[in-house]
Design a binder for this molecule. Structure first.
Ligand SMILES: Cc1ncc(C[n+]2csc(CCOP(=O)(O)OP(=O)(O)O)c2C)c(N)n1
Ligand SMILES: [Mg+2]
Length: 310
């Protein structure tokens, strides 16, 4: 555990902003990656394929957990839905993990351009997490295995603490839901600790999730039924997240409630994949994209000469 004060809270907020910016840049841009001139149609990738909706929540969870557990060498983060890949890639790039396996992914403007241009690109990076990604052992396609994998890692490893981000759609799979029962066979001191975090963004692709439709009381009863204590984290304020992590409760099960596509231009059900269809040709969409990118004020977070400013 770790003392998180106002400076750390500011850092977490900026880190989330930078990673959100990098997600949008990866999805859309083939040039002008730091928005150093007016955005033009030629800056936009001709074919857009990837996922935006879940990414802000992933960046929120990643930044908060990384800060809170920064002195715990036994801590790992397990990500369920693999389609939030641009968020994972942004964080791995920022931490220098990507550079360790790919010497073009430098933490400088060239490296930033490289990860953005090559996201979801022929002969570049895929659109989903894949074994090429540092720390990823399975293809990102099939939902449901994150919790079981985390318990497997914790088995016989008391030094491990694993936080698992579970999509609310993912929790509708039999595998994910039944994996919560593994808590019952993990009581031994020889095993590590699991911190499940349900990412309650209310949607799976563009449809409502069953868990998003339950009342808070119903969801709490379900969580308690599996032997966990529900701890709610509403919204993306790091102060709230850090307070929740500090709570001394047995077997916490966090519910991270965020808006799907938060910070983007469209409503929840349209936010899952690419929320703007034709910014490469449509003037109005190009303007919306430029405003969206500008909203993160990347110049305050990354500088061509000085690199990462946070
Ligand atoms: C077993 C399985 N069933 C269906 C799919 C198709 N699928 C891909 S993403 C997705 C929605 C995931 O929703 P959620 O877990 O809520 O993710 P998020 O809201 O974070 O995007 C679905 C159903 C899949 N990948 N695997
Ligand atoms: Mg969801």
């Amino acid at each position: 555990m770790n003392a998180v004060g106002p400076a750390e809270i500011e850092y977490i907020k900026k880190r989330i902003r930078l990673c959100d910016y990098l997600v949008v840049a990866q999805l859309f841009l083939q040039d002008n990656f730091l928005l150093e001139r007016e955005l033009t149609h030629a800056d936009i990738k001709p074919r857009l394929l990837g996922h935006w909706g879940t990414c802000h929540g992933i960046n929120v969870a990643y930044a908060n957990l990384k800060e809170f557990f920064k002195n715990d060498a036994g801590f790992s983060f397990v990500l369920g839905p693999g389609h939030g890949f641009p968020a994972l890639q942004a964080n791995l790039w920022l931490d220098g993990e990507l550079e360790k396996v790919d010497n073009k992914a430098l933490i400088n403007p060239d490296g930033l351009a490289y990860i953005c241009r090559n996201f979801s690109w022929p002969d570049g990076f895929p659109s989903h997490a894949s074994p090429y990604t540092p720390g990823v052992i399975t293809e990102g396609g099939e939902l449901g295995y994150a919790v079981a994998n985390a318990y497997g890692v914790a088995l016989g490893h008391p030094e491990k603490t694993l936080a698992v981000l579970i999509g609310d759609g993912e929790l509708e799979t039999a595998t994910a839901l039944d994996s919560l029962n593994l808590r019952n066979i993990m009581a031994s001191k020889k095993n590590g600790k699991i911190l499940p975090i349900l990412h309650l963004n209310g949607y799976k692709i563009s449809g409502p999730t069953l868990y998003g439709r339950k009342s808070e009381r119903e969801l709490n009863e379900l969580i308690r039924g599996f032997g966990f204590t529900p701890v709610w984290i509403e919204g993306d304020d790091p102060e709230v997240f850090q307070e929740a992590l500090k709570k001394e409760v047995n077997s916490p099960f966090y519910v991270l409630k965020t808006e799907k596509g938060e910070g983007g231009p469209t409503s929840h059900q349209d936010a899952h994949q690419i929320p703007l269809k034709n910014p490469a040709t449509d003037d109005e969409e190009l303007k919306i994209l430029e405003e969206w990118l500008k909203s993160y004020n990347v110049a305050e977070l990354f500088d061509r000469e000085k690199g990462v400013l946070i």
